[in-house]
Design a protein around this ligand. Structure first.
Ligand code: ZN
Length: 385
């Protein structure tokens, strides 16, 4: 899958940003670097096989990416705590490890085949989701603000606003239901057809990529016509005015699915995260300040420690490099639509930069410190000879 990276915060910072993926607080990802990021979230294999362990057989598993025998052999190299893990889990881990060694061209090809198979065999439940219909999708207050386009109009619709976080009502309840129904329909179809679903990123075990099930054009239009006007004003320093590609997906949390999401940064310049529903307890997002890749593991200042509680239909917009995670859900089910918006121009321009003080909290601190030191160096009076 082209866009599956998330950079975990707390991992090595040696992974470079890539133009395409999700990452956990270290940063973001792209095609070449994507595979590396994916591997960041998986355990290391043992240097030698566990000879006493009798590996499972994988012959009858459908849609394996590699020959079944390879899984049995590699299983003996898994850390001991994973030897008794469910077979599906072992397959997932082993495939992630192997992804590191697969050429990007192969990944792209695989994804193209995957999408084509869905296009030819999956019949969407709600065809209407393939075309953007502002009146049906968005609440009036949001449409009015976009039509106006001014900073003042955006300020007026904010329900929550704090250092780089902006939350506002966006989706009509019916649209939220349509998306959730469609994803459930897709999951049921995949289960019946024994079709292996590619998950949205390396950190979510449930959910679906909306771009894969017929919504790519609709979401692209949503980004260009409804997010860019806002992000141009709210996120001018991180490429918010030049968004040109996206990765759109749905994530699902419940007691029997994913419970939480670890601390990470997205593979995006700007992320739109909209809660679709339904009833749930817990699951707040926690934010810990915006950081460049070099500073992704640094401490957060007290004023950067922010929690945000989801409200169905309400969107939160933040920089992709705003470090965050999701707390454990305590009841019910929470489904969110996430749109990672990317700017190739911004990525190209920042490739060789070292100072990101216009948006990285720590770069800014260092810059201020340097200025302070310089201003403390008093010029020496010229002495008479
Ligand atoms: Zn920095």
């Amino acid at each position: 899958m082209r866009d599956s990276g998330v950079a975990m915060v707390g991992e090595t910072a040696s992974n470079r940003r890539a133009p395409n993926g999700v990452a956990a607080p270290p940063p973001q990802e792209g095609a070449a670097e994507q595979a590396d990021k994916e591997v960041m979230c998986v355990p290391r294999l043992r240097p030698s096989p566990n000879a006493e362990h009798v590996p499972e057989r994988y012959d009858e598993v459908e849609q394996l990416e590699y020959p079944a025998a390879m899984y049995s052999i590699m299983e003996q190299y898994l850390p001991s705590n994973l030897l008794k893990a469910p077979r599906e889990k072992k397959i997932e881990i082993l495939e992630r490890i192997c992804a590191k060694y697969r050429p990007n061209g192969d990944r792209t090809r695989r994804h193209r085949v995957y999408r084509e198979r869905i296009r030819l065999t999956y019949k969407p439940l709600h065809e209407e989701l393939s075309a953007l219909n502002p009146e049906q999708f968005f609440v009036q207050s949001f449409r009015n603000a976009i039509d106006d386009g001014s900073a003042e109009a955006f300020r007026k619709i904010m329900k929550y606003q704090s250092s780089g976080l902006f939350a506002f009502d966006m989706f009509e309840p019916r649209f939220c239901s349509l998306i959730m129904d469609e994803v459930e329909h897709f999951e049921n179809w995949a289960q019946e057809a024994k079709f292996k679903v590619m998950r949205p990123n390396t950190m979510n075990n449930y959910g679906a990529v909306l771009d894969d099930i017929g919504m790519e054009e609709m979401l692209d239009q949503l980004m260009r016509e409804y997010i860019t006007p806002m992000s141009s004003v709210l996120f001018p320093n991180v490429g918010g005015a030049s968004l040109d590609s996206h990765h759109g997906f749905v994530v699902e949390y419940s007691m029997d699915r994913d419970l939480e999401l670890g601390f990470h940064v997205d593979d995006s310049e700007v992320t739109l995260n909209v809660c679709l529903g339904k009833d749930f307890g817990g699951g707040q997002l926690f934010f810990r300040g915006v950081r460049c890749e070099m500073h992704v593991n640094g401490e957060a200042r007290s004023d950067e420690v922010l929690d945000y509680s989801h409200v169905p239909g309400r969107a939160i917009l933040h920089a992709g490099r705003h470090r965050h995670g999701a707390k454990e859900i305590t009841s019910g089910q929470r489904t969110n639509l996430i749109l990672w918006c990317r700017s190739s121009e911004f990525r190209e321009l920042t490739k060789y930069q070292r100072d990101f003080s216009s948006w990285c909290g720590e770069c800014l601190t260092w810059k201020k410190e340097r200025r302070r030191k310089l201003s403390n160096v008093k010029p020496q009076p010229a002495s008479a000879v």
